[in-house]
Design a protein around this ligand. Sequence first.
Ligand code: NAD
Length: 520
Amino acid sequence: MQEFKNQSYVDFSQEENRKRMEDALGEVASHLGEEYELIIGSERLRAPKQFKSFNPSQKGEVVAIHQKADKELARKAIEEALRTFESWRWVKPEERAEYLFQAATLMGKRKLELAAWEVYEVGKSWPEADADVAEAIDFLEFYGREMIRYAQPQPLVRIPTERSELVYIPLGVGIVIPPWNFPLAILVGMTSASIVTGNTVVLKPSSDSPTIGAKFMEILEDVGLPSGVVNFLPGSGAEVGDFLVSHPQTRFISFTGSKAVGLRINELAAKHTPGQIWIKRVVAEMGGKDVIVVEEDADLEEAAQGVIAATYGFQGQKCSACSRVVVSSKIYDRFLDMLVERAKGIKVGPAKDPENYMGPVINMGPVINERALSSISQYIEIGKKEGRLLFGGERVEGNGYFLQPTIIADVDSSSRIAQEEIFGPVLAVLKANDFAQALQIVNGTEYGLTGALYTQDRGKINRAKREFHVGNLYINRKCTGALVGVHPFGGFNMSGTDSKAGGRDYLLLYLQAKAISEKV
Ligand code: NAD
């Protein structure tokens, strides 16, 4: 088998690729508004109620209609997953991995079509959508290889009187609950890790991006994955989510999303319910208050570029997005000017239009929905009181949820906009008198997901490696854009359960080890 290699990105500066993407967008447009069914085992079902997913660039445009699962359907999905577990758990790891490799190949063939769905359903720009599909393929290729590695004989200390082995076995039925912001990559990553290890799952996609989940289900069906291994159950997080998490037959929950929901799931999962014979495992990847430190000895051009890209890429709606920049007092005013100058060049508009991303730096589409627009706008109002509004702060005209890139300067580290996750295009700028203070600010929130340091000083770099407490630390580059296998991803403290997606210990979270010794 070939060694794992990350997918390359599509170069949209090439006329031919632009044309292909435009064709894909046109093709997907002709399927907007269609209805999708729930998938439980081999059955495709309708629920008593339906809901719609919308295009955030074009208010009111229905991307698709989906089933809103109720508790009865959720129960049925768990029962089906439980039944299928009895056969799937015995399928050879290499065979399970093969389904992932085939799904990766199919996804590669449908790359631009899947990216086009993301443009419509979550408002990703072309390159951001392409990168998400590429990451999903990477997860399939990476976890497939990882399963084969875990299936090999494991090293044990030998004693002359016994023959010993250690094997990794699956857990049981898992509930997979992904967010909408990496609608394919995270959904595929969590689902494929769950099933390649021999578990079966109930997949509840985000209600903002269910169609992307449905497209993955099409791919799983096309590669012949046995029915019941992944059961597709869109529905309300609050209604059906609690039921799935609390069910006594649920063995583990793989969640990515906000701190509030992650904590709720963790609490519910910890509560023993009658008939439950295990302690549920929770893998939770949660929010961030990610930060970039810019020292006076840094390459300021590079730093400004990095801060802008990390803050405004996908409108700041990445868990890894920069939302605080801590700037040395020696270059503070100069650096602010550089940020503002670049923010001015950012275009805001519908994700579908290529001119909204072909700019010199980075450009922005809409935020995901009305609720997000209003919550981010409220934070901007808070920020205006807590600091100095330096740039943006307003909605942008148009028929979508558009906001200006926003910069708020002179922010105190204890203020709300320096502490709470905003999840939108809002940057808080904080001043540090020295590097020690910068580190204090960096580590002064409840989160610990990503961070970056721009400096030419080796001493500061070494100190940051020890003291900058984040799961993903980057030196002299932006804090977004983790690659599977290269930057195993996941944060500390309230950013989650310290897992590392796309890393070599990730699959262990979905496995348990059995030690067997035979007397000789
Ligand atoms: P969210 O917490 O609102 O929703 C996440 C998922 O949980 C959705 O599928 C939702 O339907 C479901 N859900 C909601 N209530 C539930 C309940 N009571 N029980 C079970 N499921 C429930 O988050 P979001 O808006 O989809 O995503 C944005 C958040 O995700 C941000 O906080 C971001 O930082 C975080 N995120 C973290 C990572 C990471 O790797 N750490 C990656 C991406 C996003």
